[in-house]
Design a protein around this ligand. Structure first.
Ligand code: NAI
Length: 338
């Protein structure tokens, strides 16, 4: 039996529990890797989200402390902690949305692909749990390399017979958040008013900002385009180097993950016109997975938008991105099939 029974973030002495679980009043959300650099601020921000009625925090270390801490926040969500693989199934049962920031982050000099050997196995195990315990949940996959971990998740779900391409989303929202920030800085705009579509994938040259489609419409010089494209593609590395061995983006990632999860929950609730970029199973190119704008609804991805008109610079970028993406996707698929 587990040495640590799952932890209820309360004394158990409460009188009538008026906090509804799931149902029409809120959604049940699990965070896998909740004690990590991303997981902790992500748990904090999800505890503040009024759409969440139940929040399950799962990790292989330190969830009792994080759960006790977060559970003292006087917001609506009921928080429960789960520690170690023997509690994974309990953590997942009944969930509407599962967010996965589990796995190792980059250190200076590493590419996201260097994380493959460790994170592929972690994602595979967690997705086997999802297939068994909450096969209808929406999955937001953050663990890198996203370009390979999403195909891994898809293969695991296919093997289990539960794959629904509309419910599996690789989180590329941080690339959009960065693009909005950097474009706003260059153009002297308020970042809250800027919307940059970022397509392709989530690593280096596969991150393709469509600066020709920025809203509000902006006209950039070639120098600005080169600067912005390079900074958006290497934003993650900028943080890895600044942290100098202490990890990669965690705070801005938690912010981006919550923006994305909130969009998924609003879609589930039935809100109209919820459109975000995400790395999903797709037919917009010849590749089986691709990041582009998608509309989120009651069943997850309800529509994948075409890329729209690209300029010559973007067309060249797209061809380079597709080559690298193809390799990363195949690597993920092969990992599960081997
Ligand atoms: P971290 O090392 O601070 O936290 C990772 C957490 O995962 C740790 O608490 C660890 O105990 C946990 N973990 C490890 N194995 C696990 C398992 N089998 N089950 C459950 N939990 C497990 O790392 P950080 O900074 O939070 O990054 C997490 C991942 O997110 C990394 O792979 C990183 O590359 C990725 N990332 C993705 C971004 C994106 O835009 N999609 C942006 C930034 C990071």
């Amino acid at each position: 039996p587990p040495s640590f029974s799952h932890m209820e973030g309360s004394s158990g002495l409460g009188r009538a529990d008026c906090r509804a679980e799931g149902g029409s009043t809120g959604f049940k959300v699990a965070i896998l890797g909740a004690a990590g650099g991303i997981g902790q601020p992500l748990s904090l921000l999800m505890k503040m989200n009024p759409l969440v009625s139940v929040l399950h925090l799962y990790d292989v270390v330190n969830t009792p402390g994080v759960t006790a801490d977060i559970s003292h926040m006087d917001t609506g969500a009921v928080v429960r902690g789960f520690l170690g693989q023997q509690q994974l199934e309990e953590a997942l049962t009944g969930m509407d949305l599962v967010i996965i920031p589990a796995g190792v982050p980059r250190k200076p000099g590493m590419t996201r692909d260097d994380l493959f050997n460790i994170n592929a196995g972690i994602v595979k195990t967690l997705c086997e749990g999802i297939a068994k315990c909450c096969p209808n949940a929406i999955v937001n996959l953050i663990s890198n390399p996203v370009n390979s971990t999403v195909p891994i998740a898809a293969e695991v779900f296919k093997k289990a017979g539960t794959f629904d391409p509309n419910r599996l989303l690789g989180v590329t929202m941080l690339d959009v958040v960065r693009a909005n920030t950097f474009v706003a800085e260059v153009m002297g705009l308020d970042p809250r008013e800027v919307d940059v579509p970022v397509i392709g994938g989530h690593a280096g040259i596969t991150i393709l900002p469509l600066l020709s489609q920025v809203k509000p419409p902006c006209s950039f010089t070639q120098k600005e385009i080169d600067y912005l494209t390079n900074r958006i593609q290497n934003g993650g590395t900028e943080v890895v180097e600044a942290k100098a061995g202490a990890g990669s983006a965690t705070l801005s990632m938690a912010y981006a993950a919550v923006q994305f999860a909130d969009a998924c929950l609003r879609g589930l609730r039935g809100d109209a016109d919820i459109v975000r970029c995400a790395f999903v199973a797709s037919h917009v190119t010849e590749l089986p997975f691709f990041a582009s704008k998608v509309r989120l609804g009651r069943c997850g991805v309800e529509e994948i938008y075409p890329l729209g008109p690209l300029n010559e610079y973007e067309r060249v970028g797209l061809e380079k991105a597709k080559k690298e993406l193809e390799t990363s996707i195949e690597k993920g698929v092969a990992f599960v099939k081997k």
